[in-house]
Design a protein around this ligand. Structure first.
Ligand code: Q9C
Ligand code: ZN
Length: 341
């Protein structure tokens, strides 16, 4: 399988507020390095660099002012005389004004964020842009007739919506790629999200659309981040009603239980009969993931790949989460190997 990768992700490494403490993000450069090393070790296939795309491709799913904010946040933060990572600390909750964008950078950070897990540093924008470009390059390959490709994205994207960042995500790489496939002629695209966390950003972006179906298996939001979205009754709205499918699963879910939900999800996807499938590939469903609560084993990821292949659709894999750095290379590449066998 073709892999698309760039070293630019090294430009992004920051801190998050976790358990009441400022800590290095679990989402760290070593993650993509480990996955790349495994791609090479397993001789998965050719590895290419991404093309560069204009901001106008990102604004197909993100608002213009949000993308401009991401681009300029670090310089605005620095202009305040601050040198450490930019993090939000105030949010507009229920009954406050969200129709007026604050001018102060602290106001802007909370306005465009859902949590304090999205540090902005000197190199963040360049890394974020490169990550989206990996997914777009993959989408171009699929649109050009390649049956499958792997965009080794970092930072991840599925928690980012049209106008907010969160959970280590800034631009929604999978959504940008899915939209690119539509813009290149696909009539129907599915985003299947197998990251442990619900892909709230992707769901929200496509919630009222019938041409991009979102399907997600994830930790029940009653107990797991992102907490405020990802319930079973979220089915889409307007024209998009019936084109959103959530499978919230309990703590401790192992492959035996996971595959039952997966089979149901794949059946819905097959019935929809998409022109292409984008997989939001998180491997934080692993039994030893440090921040998640499922119990998948190394070999289960081969089965996951096989199951995805049974759809027999052009498939773009977009890397999302997975934090057991020693094993994420094995698990991500197992999905890709399982898909190809
Ligand atoms: N620090 C992905 O797997 N943790 N994101 C709490 C506040 C959030 C995980 C956030 C975990 C986000 C792409
Ligand atoms: Zn995740």
């Amino acid at each position: 399988m073709l892999t698309i990768y760039s070293d630019k992700h090294h430009l992004h490494h920051g801190t998050e507020l976790k358990d009441g403490k400022l800590k290095p993000c679990f989402e760290m450069p070593g993650r993509a390095d480990t996955i790349l090393a495994r791609v090479q070790k397993e001789a998965l296939g050719e590895i290419i660099a991404p093309n560069a795309y204009p901001v106008s491709v990102y604004t197909r799913v993100h608002s213009e002012r949000y993308v401009r904010f991401l681009e300029s946040a670090w310089s605005q933060w620095q202009a305040m005389g601050r040198q450490h990572d930019a993090l939000p600390l105030t949010w507009p909750v229920r009954d406050m004004r969200t129709d007026i964008e604050p001018i102060h950078i602290d106001g802007k950070l909370g306005f465009y964020a859902m949590d304090a897990g999205v540090p902005i540093t000197a190199g963040t924008w360049e890394a974020v842009k490169s990550s989206a470009d990996l997914a777009l390059t993959g989408a171009d390959k699929i649109a050009g007739g390649l049956p499958a490709a792997f965009a080794l994205c970092r930072p991840p994207g599925h928690h980012a919506a049209s106008e907010y960042m969160g959970g280590y995500c800034y631009l929604n790489n999978a959504a940008i790629a899915a939209q690119s496939l539509v813009d290149q002629g696909a009539k129907k695209v599915v985003v299947l999200d197998v990251d442990y966390h619900h892909g709230n950003g992707t769901q929200t972006i496509f919630y009222d659309r019938p041409d991009v179906m979102f399907v997600s298996l994830h930790g029940d939001p009653l107990h797991s981040y992102p907490y405020y979205l990802g319930h079973k009754d979220e089915a889409g709205k307007g024209e998009g009603l019936g084109f959103n499918h959530n499978y919230p699963l309990p703590h401790g879910t192992d492959w035996a239980h996971y595959q039952i939900a997966l089979a149901d999800a794949l059946q819905k996807i097959q019935a929809y009969n998409p022109d292409a499938v984008v997989i939001s590939l998180g491997v934080d469903t692993f039994e030893h993931d440090p921040i998640s609560q499922f119990k998948l084993k190394n070999s289960d990821y081969l089965s996951l790949g096989q199951q995805i292949a049974s759809l027999k659709k052009p498939t773009l894999f977009v890397m999302e989460g997975g934090y057991m750095v020693d094993d994420i290379g094995i698990n991500a590449v197992n999905v890709l190997k399982g898909f190809e066998n």
